[in-house]
Design a protein around this ligand. Structure first.
Ligand SMILES: Nc1ncnc2c1ncn2[C@@H]1O[C@H](COP(=O)(O)OP(=O)(O)O)[C@@H](O)[C@H]1O
Ligand SMILES: [Mg+2]
Length: 311
């Protein structure tokens, strides 16, 4: 390793990565799955990973492909990667990369974080600080060796990346290469026409505004295609669900089913269901329920769990 994740972050004026982020950033060049919640620093870590791979010569800039589900996420990732790779190029060109770890150890890179937080827009003070480090270390200035402007990582959504592949290869499979994925507004207008042209009588009795029907239809079409749903099967599901909705509520039947279900779960047969229950004080019953739950024996009835029970 030429440069560590922490030294890189300091040189680029970023926060120090956490130990977990560092482990992901400098993981071996092999498939890895990272699971983390919203706002926990995933995008930050991905950008750090890309910069680390490039800085250590594991991957050329043009060898990076970043895919996300939403355009917003692609925009954020792309912006963070672009910004950091541009900064990295400054250190590469000045021949400072291999000195970064040593400089970081003696705090000589802290100035870049301070300048970043102070908003040094033009970068004049940053360049001056870099020149001081070159003098200090005797680094050999390499000049613009990396063609950072031309060599760019590809960052996009899955959909738009796949669209590009189709365009590039469409003629090979006899398709129109000019075919384009519809824009949001074009897709909406097309769906409006589909809804207005539909002879489904149920549409006339619906109370929703036309706009909500179009929005809904578009959502179904889009999610269906994205998830490879069979639309005939989807239509049948609607009919089956309608049947459930139309069933009338019979409180006695409901009560009977509930009792039976509850007794079966507790491992007792129908005879026990008919036998009158022995009366036990409420607290004792609560404790019994709690123990049963803890031992994995199921709930003896479906009353609420005793308070404080975490099972
Ligand atoms: N190691 C860190 N130290 C301080 N702030 C961090 C760190 N990692 C991420 N952040 C900040 O936390 C916020 C959320 O990070 P982000 O990468 O956008 O999360 P996610 O992609 O998981 O939603 C951002 O403002 C980011 O700058
Ligand atoms: Mg993110």
């Amino acid at each position: 390793m030429i440069v560590s994740p922490a030294a890189l972050a300091a040189a680029l004026g970023q926060f120090p990565p956490t130990p977990e982020q560092s482990a992901v950033i400098s993981a071996p060049l092999a498939p890895a799955l990272v699971v983390a919640g919203a706002g926990s620093g995933k995008t930050e870590t991905m950008a750090g990973r890309v910069v680390w791979l490039v800085a250590n010569g594991h991957v050329p800039r043009s060898g990076i492909l970043g895919l996300t589900f939403t355009r917003k996420a692609a925009g954020e990732l792309s912006e963070r990667i672009r910004r950091r790779l541009d900064r990295l190029a400054e250190f590469e060109d000045a021949g400072l990369l291999r000195h970064l770890d040593a400089l970081h150890r003696r705090g000589a890179l802290d100035v870049f974080g301070e300048l970043e937080r102070a908003g040094d827009a033009g970068g004049a003070r940053r360049h001056a600080a870099q020149r001081r480090l070159v003098d200090d270390t005797g680094a050999q200035t390499l000049g613009p060796a990396t063609d950072a402007l031309l060599e760019r990582p590809t960052v996009s959504t899955y959909n738009s990346f796949a669209d590009g592949i189709v365009r590039e290869n469409a003629v090979r499979i006899g398709r129109d290469p000019e075919a384009a994925v519809l824009s949001e507004s074009a897709a909406w207008l097309l769906m409006r026409r589909v809804v207005l042209d539909s002879d489904d009588e149920r549409l006339e009795t619906r109370e929703n505004a036309l706009r909500s029907i179009i929005d809904g239809a578009l959502r179904i079409a889009r999610d269906g295609v994205d998830n490879l749903v069979d639309f005939d099967e989807l239509a049948r599901f609607g009919a089956a669900f309608q049947d459930v909705r139309e069933r009338t509520f019979d409180p006695q039947r409901h009560h009977r089913l509930r009792r039976r279900g509850a007794c079966r779960r507790a491992g007792r047969g129908p005879a026990a269901a008919r036998r009158p229950r022995r009366r036990v004080p409420a607290a004792q019953a609560a404790i019994r329920r709690h123990r049963l739950l803890r031992s994995g024996g199921g709930c003896p009835d479906d009353r609420p769990r005793p308070s404080g029970c975490r099972h």
